[in-house]
Design a protein around this ligand. Structure first.
Ligand code: SAM
Length: 430
């Protein structure tokens, strides 16, 4: 396919997503199934166009003066991928499958590429209804924070120190442009590539199959390190899901002590067994959800991690369609689930032990407000400073996360160069 046909395909997929409220991956997959002639290079370009539209939907609409799927896609191709009016015209004229040639209004919009007069939520590419909460959280930096959440994300890997060293993984993936991450000592990063470029498929690498590394954003790696789990301790990963944090904890604990991996959803927990085997982790006990599954752990854990279900606002770079699908009732549902999970999980902390609450959201309602409400209602728990653990673990010279209270922390693409992630540590009075 030529670019003209790829632009037409991306427009079709965006229309499908918007008209039928379809998840982006499903819409792309369906398009691929019904257009088998398209090669993998074509699919990459179409996917990149679609994802970039979703990342910057509102600022593109403002600059193009239109919200149509056509103008959003042409906006990405021109304004984000650096094609001027003449280059766009060539792509459209060059291919009989291409969309119609540019109108005068479109040509003027591309030439101007202007956000003049745009409100802050448009500049930040944040849904308008969420702006009061988002901007309250980030003050003068809110537009920059929103804009950073609208960029492409890197691929981050966590080196599994049970099987490999960072040097070894860096060497193996050197040809892909792998670099060490700035904060987590376990992290390796493949920077996002621009425009039509494809990102490498790291799961096809030998090192992945051998368990030398896992795919995990640096923020999640940092969150797992901030749990500060020590070799020999008893740790409950209460919202273990597919086990991303569980495996990071096992490596941090050097395979010693015991991690109990639990999730209320059996299906989410399912992949953990294969991942544990690949990682060579030997101190993880998976507890399937059932009546009384954790009864023997009550009041016994040194540390309990609640990696709570959340709106995922911190990972909008990777799941940009979720940004525009999020609703106020959905946010309220997540808040209620978090409150419930925190309440149940707290029972397993032993006196003097730690309760760590984390989300991949950057909204205060799901973060600070949640832990303040919890500690007010549960006076035996007290918030301790993650900042101190941060400095002990990473030193003073690394990029700093946000902290509204100098105790809890919020990582963001703009501040730490990671996904958005919140961590609070509480201790249970002895
Ligand atoms: C953010 S995901 C966990 C991701 C996982 N920790 C990782 O690193 O891959 C949140 C998980 O919490 C689980 N969950 C939600 N409510 C729960 C509850 N009350 N008890 C236990 N797990 C719960 C969900 O099923 C979901 O898998």
């Amino acid at each position: 396919m030529k670019d003209g046909g790829r632009l037409a395909a991306a427009i079709e997929v965006i229309e499908d997503i918007e008209n039928r409220r379809r998840p982006v991956q499903e819409a792309l997959k369906d398009w691929g199934t019904s257009h088998r002639f398209a090669g993998s290079g074509d699919r990459t370009v179409i996917g990149n166009l679609v994802f970039d539209v979703l990342r910057k939907r509102s600022s593109l609409a403002w600059r193009m003066g239109s919200e149509s799927a056509r103008d959003l896609v042409l906006g990405v191709y021109a304004l984000e991928w650096g094609n001027d009016v003449a280059a766009v015209e060539r792509a459209l004229a060059d291919d009989r499958h291409a969309p119609d040639l540019l109108s005068d209004k479109e040509k003027a919009a591309i030439a101007a590429n202007s956000l003049e007069g745009a409100p802050d939520w448009v500049r930040a590419d944040i849904p308008e209804w969420l702006w009061p909460s988002f901007s309250d959280n980030f003050d003068d930096e809110a537009v920059a924070e929103g804009a950073a959440l609208s960029e492409r994300a890197p691929i981050d890997l966590r080196v599994n120190t049970l099987k490999a060293t960072r040097e070894k993984v860096l060497k193996r993936l050197g040809s892909l442009g792998a670099e060490p991450t700035l904060i987590a000592s376990t992290g390796v990063r493949l920077k996002p590539r621009p425009g039509a470029a494809r990102m490498p498929h790291v799961q096809a690498e030998e090192g992945y199959r051998k368990g030398w590394f896992e795919l995990q954003d640096e923020a999640s790696q940092i969150a797992a390190l901030l749990v500060f789990a020590q070799a020999g301790e008893q740790v409950l990963d209460f919202c273990a899901g597919g086990g991303g944090k569980t495996l990071a904890l096992a490596a941090a604990m050097e395979n010693r002590g015991q991690i109990y991996a639990y999730d209320s959803d059996k299906l989410r927990l399912a992949p953990i067994h294969e991942r544990i085997a690949r990682a060579g982790a030997r101190n993880i006990q998976v507890r399937q959800p059932s009546e009384g599954a954790l009864d023997d752990l009550v009041g016994r854990m040194d540390r309990v991690l609640v990696d709570a279900p959340c709106t995922g606002t911190g990972v909008w770079r990777r799941r940009p369609d979720a940004k525009w699908r999020l609703t106020e009732p959905a946010l309220e549902d997540r808040i209620a689930e978090q409150e419930q999970a925190l309440g149940i999980a707290s029972a397993f902390v032993k006196p003097g032990g730690f309760l760590i609450y984390a989300t991949c959201s950057v909204l205060a309602e799901e973060n600070e407000e949640q832990v303040y409400r919890f500690t007010e209602a549960n006076e035996d728990f007290e918030i301790v400073s993650v900042g101190e653990v941060w400095q002990d673990t990473f030193g003073f010279d690394k990029p700093h996360p946000w902290s509204a209270d100098m105790k809890t922390i919020t990582m963001t693409p703009a501040s730490t160069g990671t996904d958005g992630f919140f961590v609070a540590v509480m201790t249970k009075n002895a």
